[in-house]
Design a protein around this ligand. Structure first.
Ligand SMILES: NCCCNCCCCCC(O)(O)C(F)(F)F
Ligand SMILES: [Zn+2]
Length: 667
């Protein structure tokens, strides 16, 4: 299934008609440069183009009041003075004779996208719209927003398609207070937002934008606010929040639909955000959401004011929705202290609502959780946060080209096992190199091993070479002895491949950890066995009480341990080994494959024992980039497993910075 792109140039046909410094950044060019970039890169042509439609009054009344709608309906007929007068009752927003029409198209575009995804016409998609929506409230316009596009889309999905649970991810740099107010007491809509806050000094300067606004009554726990109290946040700050807050909670919530308030003022160069995250980070943020809700992800444009990073970020998002491998998450730093304080506060505020956060630490001792009150007393609130308007023009590298190899998934299967659709059977090219053969024979083959064990091994190393050269994206190889095959790939990688290898072992079995001393390999093993091998930074045994059959436990350790480790390690190849009798179920196995493909440009090489024939189909489907089936609502992970992950993180965080979930104790 494809990716929808919804855009209409009519939405460029309104602009600011008078002087208002607060609104001058919201210009029609935001939309034109974004759409033009999608066309120029060829991404638009790869999407399913779906027309906009006008929202009906019924659509608008899903969220807004009649009196507000009646007021906005009059704006097309107003004089310039009347428009300015009408605008004065709201904050940081402007009206125009054509903005009501465009606002109805922005809603209609969002609803067309929901229709296309919910009816299975497409897998996912993006709506390029203006005016944006997430600040507008039931009876008020705010922050360039007239109607709340995404809030209406969520209500529409529930009413029209009986969707039970909607996740709204708002990665715009401003707090979508309109969305928060709309769903505050509604447990069927989980609203997640990060936003520049600076202890309430940054617009919209609301006390309820802070981390302790968790939702009300039945909605308690279903509103997650992550305040950024400093500017210049980087990729690692954003990813840490996804790994340690959003993903664990999202998997526990198990949404039927994911809506994204896709604002790109959180990207580097934006005058509003003043952050330092690079456009390629949106490839990873998008990818990390694509295995939720069976892949039903609808991204709707919100903000974004730098006319260079905005189109780049839009392209990164759409290219990921199309299934292209994400670029490598190059050299991630440690999250900064302020980000870790926010992370700790959010996890602490929500630990009573989400079992995956049960063992989260208390509020930090630092003054973050009281700082704003002091500011209020001292009346330090100013309009724009620190007036350090960076005059230094930000520069950043062009996002790397993301070339999808001609072969997406190659397979090496025993005779009699059918090659899955869209996969290519791989056999070793030409005659095996006698040197390699003799090495394989002496190191890995027991005497009596017949010839095809050797050809399988040779094909395996040849396949790894092709992936290393980006000629093949991912691979699946069925072997007789997975441990031996794993060692073969690790040794081959150590000598022949240019990149680091992340080895993910699912299930019990002895993994010779000496292979992981030089840093060329990082081995993470999930099993039911406590390992005494705690000495190496590069061999990380994760013990789950009930082993890999425990869905919540395994997922919790994937999002809270494996992904942070994998992103920080940034391998060139991921070797995913399913040990015999691991107990892992297909749906978690598919989630794991899906999530791991965010690493190493999708170069995931899967090893399974040759009798796991029933798993060939599901494994291939995930390697091809198809979304994993939803896991359904998760019950709590075992407390001892959550504690085990916490203590592992605590032990390893000095080596692996992305494992941190608390601010360093201020000395
Ligand atoms: N220096 C100018 C002050 C601007 N203050 C208002 C900012 C509104 C942000 C709107 C947005 O980006 O959140 C949306 F996504 F809605 F478009
Ligand atoms: Zn914004």
């Amino acid at each position: 299934m494809g990716t929808a792109l919804i855009y209409d140039e009519e939405m460029t046909k309104y602009k600011l008609l008078w002087v208002d410094p607060a609104c001058k950044i919201e210009v029609p060019e935001r939309l034109t440069v974004s759409h033009e970039a999608l066309v120029a890169t060829g991404l638009a042509d790869r999407c399913v183009s779906i027309p906009v439609r006008e929202a009906t009054e019924a659509d608008i009344l899903l969220v807004h009041s009649e009196e507000y709608l009646e007021g906005v309906k009059k704006t097309p007929y107003m004089t310039l003075e009347d428009l300015q007068e009408f605008t004065l009752q709201y904050g940081d927003v402007y009206f125009h004779p054509n903005i009501y029409h465009c606002a109805k198209l922005a809603i209609g575009a969002s609803l067309q996208l929901v229709d296309a995804v919910m009816t299975g016409k497409v897998r996912n998609g993006m709506a390029l719209v203006r005016p944006p929506g997430h600040h507008s409230m039931r009876s008020a316009a705010s922050g360039f927003c007239v109607f709340n596009n995404v809030a209406i889309a969520a209500q529409y999905a529930k009413r029209q398609y009986g969707v039970k649970r909607v996740l709204i991810v708002d990665w715009d740099i401003h707090h979508g207070q309109g969305v928060q107010y709309c769903f505050e007491d509604d447990p069927s809509v989980l609203y997640f937002s990060w936003h520049r806050y600076e202890h309430q000094k940054f617009w919209p300067q609301l006390r309820e934008s802070d981390f302790d606004s968790v939702g009300k009554e039945k909605g308690a726990g279903f509103n997650i606010n992550v305040p950024w109290n400093k500017v210049k946040m980087q990729n690692s700050d954003y990813l840490s929040i996804f790994f340690h807050v959003l993903l664990p909670v999202a998997y526990e919530f198990s949404p039927d639909l994911v809506l994204v308030c896709a604002g790109f003022d959180s990207a580097i160069g934006d005058p509003e955000g003043e952050m330092c995250a690079t456009p390629d980070i949106f490839a990873h943020l998008t990818h990390l959401l694509m295995n939720l809700a069976g892949g039903k992800v609808c991204a709707v444009l919100e903000g974004g004011y730098n006319l260079t990073s905005l189109p780049q970020s839009v392209c990164q998002t759409v290219q990921t929705l199309l299934g292209d491998p994400a670029p490598r998450p190059a050299n991630l730093e440690s999250p900064c202290k302020s980000a870790l304080e926010s992370l700790q506060c959010v996890r602490s505020a929500h630990r009573q609502y989400w079992s995956c956060l049960k063992h989260a630490a208390d509020l930090p001792t630092s003054d973050i959780s009281t700082k704003r009150i002091k500011l209020e007393e001292e009346g330090e609130k100013t309009g724009e946060g620190e007036e350090d308007k960076g005059t230094d023009e930000k520069v950043w590298a062009q996002p790397p080209k993301r070339v999808a190899p001609s072969i997406r998934t190659a397979v090496v299967l025993p005779d009699g096992v059918a090659c899955p659709d869209q996969c290519e059977r791989f056999s070793s090219p030409g005659d095996p190199d006698p040197l390699v053969v003799s090495k394989l024979r002496e190191n890995y083959l027991k005497d009596g091993d017949d010839g095809n064990a050797l050809t399988t091994l040779y094909s395996l190393t040849a396949l790894a070479d092709k992936m290393d050269r980006n000629e093949i994206c991912s691979g699946l190889v069925l072997v007789r002895d997975v441990s031996m095959a794993m060692m073969c790939v690790v040794q081959h990688a150590a000598t022949a491949l240019s990149n680091r290898v992340l080895v993910v072992c699912v299930g019990d079995g002895k993994v010779r950890s000496d292979c992981s001393e030089d840093g060329k390999t990082l081995v993470v093993q999930f099993s039911s066995k406590e390992s005494d091998d705690q000495r190496s930074k590069y061999y990380i045994p994760v013990c789950l009480q009930k082993g890999c059959s425990d869905v919540p436990g395994l997922l919790h350790s994937i999002s809270g341990l494996l992904l942070p480790l994998g992103y920080e390690y940034d391998p060139g190849l991921v070797l995913l080994v399913q040990m015999p009798d691991s107990g892992i179920c297909d749906s978690v196995w598919q989630q794991l494959i899906g999530l791991l493909q965010g690493l190493a440009r999708g170069h995931t090489l899967v090893l399974m024992r040759e009798d796991e024939r029933t798993r060939v189909g599901p494994t291939a489907s995930s390697l091809l980039g198809n979304a994993a089936p939803s896991l359904g609502q998760l019950h709590a992970p075992l407390p001892e497993d959550v504690k085990a992950v916490e203590s592992l993180r605590h032990r390893l965080k000095s080596d692996w910075k992305l494992l941190q979930t608390t601010a360093p104790e201020t000395g």
